[in-house]
Design a binder for this molecule. Structure first.
Ligand code: CAA
Length: 698
């Protein structure tokens, strides 16, 4: 029988006694209004046709339903809501089989759980990832899944938000059968067999939840308390799953709705939804034609086997791409490879990869000593010492040896990519790829476009970032690019604040309470104070004088206290890791303040927050004006993935919009009056938007 349209995206047809409900809503078959309406009508239709014995729900395209249509959240969900649609399916008098391929996620899995049976292809995955959007599964997921898999697995799956592969899902009882061959045929056969065996509907709501001690939920909350600090959804999810064990189904559903509505109205969820789309938008470079051709990257090379170079090489190996690691001496190569192996062995010890994986990845990294050995690779990433002359020399050599069309990337974090490119006769092939340390762990890649970088090089590197498992954000050339330039503004103010009387531990606590994993001083101690010291000394030597120079951290470095690695820095470290405020340092700070003629005072947490974070926003505004970042979302992605900005605040620019740019602008005027305009001049864009009552996002 031909397909009858039930809505724009759902059709109904028949194959013998089986009614087929097909969803076709590209790209991911999200549950838009027309899908919900179509499902409702198609189920009604199947139930009303006397010679239809069972129904099969299947999707066109690459995937089963991948969830609610997140874009509809902002505009409001039209009728029908998903819950009654799923209710109608679950209470239907004829059995319904969900046929799953690709991913059944969120509302998609909830629909499948509303069906009476579930079959899937072996490659399918299922999950309830709403937690990543600051939500909980709001269409019965927290009530039905626990009835199938028990409290512990439901907690892990819904609080964790991960995808479960079909074989595991079958083991857990989420999927009834894994089918080979054509999914549609297999699902129809499955449904026919049900009918032949006289099997009818099997609503999950009728399953009595396992008996559990309610302390399971308190313990779970305890176990995630620190890691999920600041997020709302994980804790609401625990409450909602608990309801499945404490309340009858209908009341549990009502509790889920209540908790879902709270989350939907929360700024945490709005921020996380913003990030979901921003992470996808960031890959799309404004002005770069969609059909820009890509260069093929099948092999790579990394210059420099130090910590950074080794970490970058690991990214290639992790992605299955052969990479040559070049250094000047065998000793450096041996040392670098030793560290890489140790890293992999440690990951294997934690059970995250197998010993075979370790060997496979090691085999993809080939140590080489000569540039001649890398002449045929498709991309080179330079990660040598951060010095312009050395980098230029490397690029001169690369220019002389690498094949035409090879992408020549520099991992510089501070130097001018255009100047580096000028050492070659092919600046169009040169680009920055700024990895963050540790390069094998951190997700962020700031890709730096030079003045002459070719479009296809940009497009290739942006795509390649994803292949390496990174989030690539494109930025322009300037001192510190986006991330470090904004960080610099924050670092400066935090040092001033301490000089004026705030305690380092007070500043760090303000940051921690805001949601950063740690504050600037604990972070500086961890990174090593000597690094910043050297940079400041270089800047001073180069005549780049700051208007106000606070020297207390330099004093600490000059005492031989370089941070965690010397068991003492701004803090002391008795166990090597835990920062302990040190009265000796308080004395040095007071002394430095006195020498600078600064009278120390009590400083409020609010002043710390404003003086550290608002200058970052102001710098962000300048970055946008200058076109160094194309959009505020690029900045947000950089700060969330590279600098620990709390995801539930959506990134600095999103957060600034929540605070209100007028508030930030007014604070700028207040501080300008107090400290002078030098560091407190609002960026023209900030001023303009504040006066227009707008935000960075409109
Ligand atoms: N709603 C609207 N659009 C969505 C979407 C959704 N649920 N999921 C993906 N998209 C869009 C993406 O924005 C992207 O659009 P553009 O091409 O315009 O950028 C496009 O679909 C393709 O997405 P990806 O680039 O992510 O494609 P992928 O192949 O890498 O991944 C996926 C596919 C695994 C399904 C991934 O998109 C994904 O994880 N999506 C989100 C799934 C999810 O969170 N579902 C739960 C939704 S909330 C919910 O369901 C609440 C409830 O309980 C009722």
């Amino acid at each position: 029988m031909s397909d009858t349209a039930m809505s724009e995206t759902v059709s109904f047809s028949r194959q013998g006694t089986i009614g087929l409900i097909k969803v076709n809503n590209p790209p991911v078959n999200a549950l838009s209004q027309s899908v919900r309406a179509g499902l409702r009508d198609a189920v009604e239709r199947g139930l009303s046709e006397p010679d239809v014995a069972a129904l099969v729900l299947i999707c066109e395209g690459n995937t089963f339903i991948a969830g609610a249509d997140i874009r509809e959240f902002a505009t409001g969900l039209g009728e029908p809501a998903l819950v009654p649609v799923i209710d109608a399916m679950e209470t239907a008098a004829k059995p319904i089989v969900a046929a799953i391929h690709g991913t059944a996620l969120g509302g998609g899995l909830e629909v499948a759980l509303g069906c009476h049976y579930r079959v899937a292809v072996p490659t399918a995955r299922v999950g309830l990832p709403e937690v990543a959007l600051g939500l909980l599964p709001g269409a019965g997921g927290t009530q039905r899944l626990p009835r199938l898999v028990g409290a512990q697995v439901a907690l892990d799956m819904i609080v964790g938000g991960g995808h479960v592969p079909a074989p595991k899902a079958k083991e857990l009882g989420i999927i009834d059968d894994i089918v080979e061959g054509e999914l549609l045929d297999a699902a129809v056969t499955y449904a026919e067999k049900l009918i032949a065996e006289g099997k009818g509907p099997r609503p999950i709501r009728d399953i009595r939840p396992e008996q559990v001690s309610l302390s399971v939920f308190d313990d779970y909350e305890q176990s995630i308390a620190r890691k999920q600090r600041g997020f709302l959804a994980p804790f609401h999810i625990i409450k909602s799953i608990r309801a499945a064990f404490e309340l009858p189904f209908e009341q549990g559903m009502a509790r889920e709705q209540e908790l879902f509505a709270e989350l939907m109205a929360s700024t945490e969820s709005k921020a996380q939804q913003h990030i979901f789309f921003a992470e996808r938008e960031v890959a799309k470079v404004p002005g770069l034609p969609k059909d820009t051709p890509l260069r093929s990257i099948k092999t790579g090379a990394v210059i420099g086997a130090g910590t950074m170079g080794g970490g970058i090489a690991m990214n290639f190996a992790n992605a299955g791409i052969p990479v040559k690691l070049l250094d000047v001496s065998q000793e450096s190569l041996d040392k670098g490879l030793g560290i890489i192996r140790r890293n992999y062995e440690n990951t294997a010890k934690k059970g995250r990869i197998s010993q075979d994986d370790v060997e496979r990845r090691m085999a993809l990294i080939e140590p080489v000593l000569s540039y001649d050995d890398i002449k045929d690779v498709d991309i080179v990433i330079e990660a040598v010492f951060e010095n312009m002359e050395i980098k230029k020399e490397v690029f001169r050599t690369l220019d002389a040896t690498c094949k035409p069309g090879a992408i020549l990337a520099t991992n510089t974090s501070t130097l001018n990519v255009d100047e580096i490119a000028s050492a070659t006769n092919r600046p169009e092939d040169v680009i920055g790829m700024h990895f963050f340390s540790p390069a094998n762990v951190m997700r962020l890649l700031e890709n730096v476009r030079g003045e002459r970088t070719a479009n296809d090089v940009i497009a290739t590197v942006m795509k390649f970032s994803k292949s390496l498992g990174k989030v690539g954000a494109l930025v322009g050339v300037c001192d510190g690019f986006v991330g470090n330039r904004m960080l610099h503004a924050r670092t400066r103010e935090s040092a001033f604040l301490v000089e004026e009387g705030a305690r380092p531990e007070q500043v760090d606590k303000v940051f921690y309470d805001f949601g950063f994993p740690m504050g600037p001083f604990a972070m500086a101690d961890m990174a090593g104070l000597d690094v910043g010291y050297k940079v400041r000394q270089e800047r001073r030597k180069a005549g780049k004088k700051e208007k106000r120079d606070s020297v207390w951290i330099d004093r600490i470095v000059e005492m031989g206290r370089h941070g965690q690695k010397t068991h003492a820095g701004i803090y002391k470290y008795e166990d090597g890791r835990t920062p302990i405020p040190d009265p000796e340092i308080a004395g040095i700070i007071a002394q430095c303040a006195k020498e600078a003629g600064i009278e120390q005072r009590e400083i409020s947490d609010q002043e710390i927050l404003e003086r550290c974070l608002y200058p970052m926003i102001n710098e962000g505004a300048k970055i946008l004006e200058e076109g160094i970042a194309a959009r505020p979302l690029d900045i947000d992605i950089i700060w969330i993935n590279g600098y620990g900005f709390p995801a539930y605040k959506g990134g600095p620019m999103f957060w600034a919009d929540q605070i209100g740019l007028k508030t930030i602008y007014d604070a700028y005027l207040k501080y300008a009056e107090k400290f002078g305009e030098h560091y407190w001049k609002p960026a023209p864009l900030l001023e303009k938007l504040a006066k227009e009552g707008k935000g960075f996002y409109g």
